[in-house]
Design a protein around this ligand. Structure first.
Ligand SMILES: Nc1ncnc2c1ncn2[C@@H]1O[C@H](COP(=O)(O)OP(=O)(O)OP(=O)(O)O)[C@@H](O)[C@H]1O
Length: 495
C-alpha cells in the first residue's frame, strides 16, 4: 500500500493520514451504525472526512520496567528493585473499522501495552522497530501521541461543568485553528454520535453532586479524546464499573464509531459478555506479558478444541480461556520454541513488516500565543467552577467586600503626608496577606482541578506543562479577591 503520512495545518495535534489506495477503504466506508444502535451518527465537518484506512502493527514488542530513576535506586544501589519483564515479544495487527480487544488476567500487561502504543513512554524506552502504521515505522512516542486518542480507565472530568462545556473546552484546546462556530458544530456532531444530546446541559457530577450516569460519563470521556478525530483510539477498560447494559452500549457505540469513520480501536476488557463479543473482531489474550492467543474468537475456540478441551455451555471462549490460561500459556511457549527451531512451524499469524526508516511525520509550527490562550482558557474554566460552587463563591464575595470596606474605614483619616504614605503601605501589606489567606479557601477546588490538569497534560491535551497550568489557575481566586477587595478598600478609605 502506497500510503503516506501527511499532517494538515488544522491543528497541532491532528495528524491526518492519507492513503492512496481506496480499494479497502471502500469496502468499509459503507458500514453504518448497527441496526440495533441507539445512537445517531451525523456527518462530521469536512476536515474529519479525509481519513481512510489505518493498520497498526505491533511486532515483537517487549518491555522491561526501568528502575534506574526510582528514588530507591538513587538512594541506595543495593536496594535497587529488580526490573520486571512486563511484555514479552507481543505481536498483533489492529485494522481500520475494527475493534481489537486485549484480554487477560490481572497483571498480564494489558494497561502497559496500551500505555506504550499510546506513546506514554520515555523516548529511551521506545523501540522504533516494534510499532508501525500502514507499514511505516513509528520512530518516537511523540508520533504515537499525535496519532492515538487514549481514554484512561479512570474518568477525568470536572463535576461542575456541563457535558457540552466539557466537550467545548476539549475542542478549544485541541482544535485551535478552527473558528468558534466550527468547534461548536464539531461538538454538536460529536454529541449526536455519542448519544449525549439529551444530557448536553446536565452537569457531569460526581459522588456528591448528582450528575449524568456512569455510561454517559464514559461516553463524555471518549468524546474528549476523539474531539480531534484521531485515526486510532485506545481505551483502557472502557466498560469497567458499568452495568451490563451500559457496558454493552459503550461497546456498541465504539463499534459504530469504528465502522462509520474507519477508526482503528484497541481496548482492554475484563470478561466480555456474549453480547459484547459480537462487536469485537479480534482478541489478543495476554498472560504474564506473553500473547497466548491472537486472532478471532473462532480461532480461539479451535485452539481450545485442538487442545482436547470442551468449552462449557455457560461460558464463552474468552471466559474459558481465562480459566485454562496456564495450559494455553504452556502451549504457546512450546510453539514459540518450535518456531525458533523451524520458522515454518509458526501457526500464529505473523506478518513480515517492511520497515522504512525515512518516514517523516512533519511537525507543525506552534504559535507561542497559544500558550497565553491556553492559560486564558484554563482560567475561564477554573473561574466557572469557583462561580458554581455557590457557598464558596458567596462567602468569598462577602469576605472580600466586608474586608475591603472594613480595612478601608480603618484608614478613613489617613493623610497625604509621610505618615499617610507609611499607613497606606501598611494597609497594602495587610490587605495582601488577607487576600492570600482568602485564596487558600479555594484549595479544594484547586486540588481537584490540578488532578484533572495533570491527567489532561499527560494526554497531550494542551501545550503548556501541567506545572505551568496548575500554577496559573491559582491566580484566578487571587485576582478575583483583588478585583473585589481593592476597589472597596479604596472607596472605604475615601474621606
Ligand atoms: N513501572 C512499573 N514498575 C514495576 N512494575 C510494573 C510497572 N508497570 C507495570 N508493572 C507490573 O507489570 C505487570 C502488568 O501491569 P499492567 O498494569 O499492565 O497489568 P494489567 O493486565 O493491566 O492489570 P489489571 O487488569 O489489573 O489492570 C504488573 O505485575 C505490574 O505490577
Amino acid at each position: 500500500m502506497a500510503a503516506f503520512l501527511h499532517e494538515e495545518n488544522l491543528d497541532d495535534d491532528t495528524v491526518i493520514l492519507y492513503s492512496t489506495s481506496n480499494s479497502n477503504s471502500n469496502s468499509n466506508s459503507d458500514s453504518t451504525t448497527p441496526s440495533s444502535s441507539s445512537f445517531y451518527l451525523s456527518s462530521p465537518p469536512a476536515p474529519f472526512q479525509s481519513q481512510k484506512n489505518y493498520k497498526l502493527t505491533v511486532t515483537n514488542l517487549s518491555y522491561t520496567t526501568d528502575q534506574s530513576s526510582t528514588l530507591a535506586s538513587l538512594c541506595c544501589q543495593e536496594k535497587k528493585p529488580k526490573p520486571t519483564n512486563v511484555l514479552k515479544s507481543v505481536s498483533f495487527v489492529a485494522r481500520s473499522s475494527e475493534i481489537l480487544a486485549v484480554v487477560g488476567p490481572s497483571g498480564a500487561g494489558k494497561s502497559t501495552l496500551l500505555r506504550i502504543i499510546s506513546g506514554r513512554i520515555r523516548n529511551k524506552e521506545f523501540d522504533p522497530k516494534t510499532i508501525s502504521l500502514n507499514d511505516r515505522p513509528i520512530t518516537s512516542p511523540t508520533q504515537l501521541r499525535r496519532i492515538c486518542g487514549y481514554v484512561a480507565q479512570e474518568d477525568n472530568l470536572l463535576p461542575l461543568l456541563t457535558v457540552k462545556e466539557t466537550l467545548m473546552f476539549s475542542a478549544k484546546f485541541r482544535l485551535r485553528r478552527m473558528s468558534l462556530k466550527e468547534k461548536e458544530e464539531r461538538v454538536e456532531s460529536l454529541m449526536h454520535e455519542l448519544g449525549l444530546v439529551h444530557v448536553a446541559n446536565s452537569f457531569v457530577g460526581d459522588e456528591e453532586t448528582r450528575g449524568i450516569s456512569g455510561g454517559e460519563r464514559k461516553r463524555v470521556s471518549i468524546g474528549i479524546d476523539v474531539i480531534h478525530d484521531p485515526p486510532i483510539l485506545l481505551l483502557d477498560e472502557p466498560t469497567s464499573g458499568l452495568d451490563s447494559t451500559s457496558a454493552f452500549q459503550v461497546i456498541e457505540l465504539l463499534s459504530s464509531m469504528a465502522r462509520a469513520k474507519q477508526r482503528t480501536i484497541v481496548l482492554t476488557i475484563h470478561q466480555p459478555s456474549y453480547r459484547i463479543l459480537q462487536y469485537i473482531s479480534s482478541f489478543l489474550l495476554l498472560s504474564h506479558g506473553l500473547n497466548v492467543h491472537n486472532g478471532s474468537l473462532e480461532s480461539l475456540e479451535d485452539t481450545i478444541t485442538d487442545m482436547g478441551l470442551k468449552i462449557p455451555v455457560q461460558l464463552n471462549a474468552i471466559e474459558f480461556a481465562m480459566e485454562i490460561i496456564k495450559p494455553l500459556e504452556d502451549s504457546k511457549k512450546y510453539m514459540l520454541a518450535k518456531e525458533k527451531e523451524s520458522p515454518s512451524y509458526a501457526i500464529w499469524s505473523r506478518k513480515e513488516v517492511k520497515f522504512q526508516q525515512d518516514i517523516n511525520i512533519q511537525q507543525t509550527d506552534y504559535w507561542y500565543g497559544w500558550r497565553f490562550l491556553e492559560v486564558m482558557l484554563l482560567s475561564i474554566r477554573f473561574w466557572k467552577i469557583i462561580y458554581r460552587t455557590k457557598q464558596l463563591f458567596l462567602a468569598r464575595t462577602v469576605q472580600a467586600l466586608v474586608g475591603g470596606f472594613g480595612l478601608g474605614s480603618v484608614f478613613l483619616k489617613v493623610k497625604m503626608d509621610e505618615d499617610g504614605v507609611a499607613g497606606r503601605l501598611g494597609l497594602f501589606a495587610f490587605s495582601l496577606s488577607f487576600l492570600l489567606s482568602s485564596t487558600v479557601e479555594a484549595l479544594p477546588i484547586y486540588l481537584q482541578e490540578r488532578r484533572v490538569l495533570m491527567k489532561e497534560a499527560s494526554r497531550g491535551a494542551y501545550k503548556i506543562s501541567s506545572y505551568m497550568a496548575a500554577n496559573t489557575i491559582i491566580f484566578v481566586p487571587f485576582l478575583f479577591a483583588v478585583a473585589l477587595t481593592f476597589p472597596s478598600l479604596f472607596i472605604g478609605s475615601l474621606d
